[in-house]
Design a protein around this ligand. Structure first.
Ligand code: PEP
Ligand code: MN
Length: 273
């Protein structure tokens, strides 16, 4: 890791990333919303529900990197316009994925935080492009990536001038098949030792099972995570992607109640007013 100069801790004070009034890396932050933006009703109702439950930011993919080219690929620009309406309706800042370097500049008009997904953690052209813009980047860990590789990917972004990078542990591929991925919670304290950047946990992709999201979320708080990213849909059974790992609004609201209690012990909850 000799060449990782900017992402390494090296006495650097912890980076706090401002998104509107929210300070990521200071209080505990929850990002919630559907896997994919499907239509206006689904996104706006889900956004209202997660806001009521206390989420700080809204997530939703308009560009979906799917394993099969025949699976739902997302609504693109139409999806971003829906996210804009959901933001207007709730006041929640928007986290959305960008998958193509050519789209970065114009997606910034709709996104408060640009997400780079696991499949693109080593898409160096994309990393350089998001490094040039003035928006925070949420960089997910590659599903096959070591912490050293992750740090080098962060370095690509920081080296272009964008210092606002939020890390997200979302599980790695192992021999286990019961869970979709193996959520590596040791990556949280390890990356906090190695880097000055905030790190959040995605228990939805990390487990692939809605029943496991609550225990792994609580464990993520205890591990020292700066926040969570959770998939929520107003009707999970109808979700066009990732329905098995998606919470309904009631489950999410119960989760938030428990998170608040655990956060009181380990952390300070970022204000959601
Ligand atoms: C997502 O968060 O929508 C997503 C596609 O996640 P990942 O890149 O972790 O698979
Ligand atoms: Mn998903």
């Amino acid at each position: 890791m000799k060449n990782v100069k900017l992402a390494r801790k090296n006495g650097h004070e912890r980076t706090i990333i401002k998104v509107g009034d929210i300070e990521i890396g200071k209080g505990f932050v929850v990002i919630a919303g559907p896997c994919s933006v499907e239509n206006e009703e689904q996104t706006i109702i889900t956004a209202q529900k997660v806001k009521e439950a206390g989420a700080h930011l809204l997530r939703g993919g308009a560009f979906k990197p799917r394993t099969s080219p025949y699976s739902f690929q997302g609504l693109g620009l139409e999806g971003l316009k829906i996210l804009e309406k959901a933001k207007k309706a709730t006041g929640l800042p928007v986290v959305t994925e960008v998958i193509d370097p050519r789209d970065v500049t114009w997606v910034c008009e709709f996104a408060d935080v640009l997400q780079i997904g696991t499949r693109n953690m080593q898409n160096f052209a994309l990393l350089k492009e998001v490094g040039k813009v003035n928006k925070p980047v949420l960089l997910k860990r590659g599903m096959y990536s070591s912490l050293a590789e992750w740090l080098n990917s962060i370095e690509y972004i920081l080296n272009e001038g964008n210092s606002n990078v939020i890390l997200c542990e979302r599980g790695i591929r192992t021999f286990e098949t019961y869970t979709r991925n193996t959520l590596d919670l040791s990556a949280v304290p390890a990356m906090k030792e190695l880097s000055h950047l905030p790190i959040i946990v995605d228990p939805s992709h990390g487990t692939g099972r809605s029943s496991l999201i609550e225990p792994m979320s609580l464990a993520a708080v205890a591990a020292g995570a700066d926040g969570l990213m959770v998939e929520v849909h107003y009707k999970p059974e109808e979700a066009l992607s990732d329905k098995d790992q998606t919470l309904n609004p009631e489950q999410f609201s119960n989760l938030m109640r428990k998170i608040r209690k655990v956060v009181q012990i380990f952390h300070k909850l970022e204000s959601s007013e």
